[in-house]
Design a protein around this ligand. Sequence first.
Ligand code: ZN
Length: 134
Amino acid sequence: MFEIKTPRRVCTLDITPRVSQAVENIGLTEGAAMVYVPHTTAAVTINEGADFDVQRDILTTISKLIPRGGDYSHLEGNADAHIKSTLVGVSVLVPVSRGSLILGTWQKVFFCEFDGPRARKFYVIGLPGLVKEQ
Ligand code: ZN
């Protein structure tokens, strides 16, 4: 289990180095790493990490689609964060080969906060056994 402190209500944080380190630590060489977020108002996604504006555009657009002050019934006042978590998803699966994450040139793994700032957690689960083309 990994702990992560999120600095704002809505943000994404690059957790790729921590996922890579986890894969190395468990000695996984061929297979996949599942990253799982055990929260109802946070998520995890894979997208571009080279141009930070991409993350800003994603968060701005998600917030336009699902405004904080929408017509919601949930009394806690964070219904938008629950909806964003469900749409983005709480897990990703990253293939691993030769001990390294298989990510595209611009891809990074991002922890997505939708109701911070908070102390959060995520898990990295190593799944051995990558099927190779025969
Ligand atoms: Zn709630």
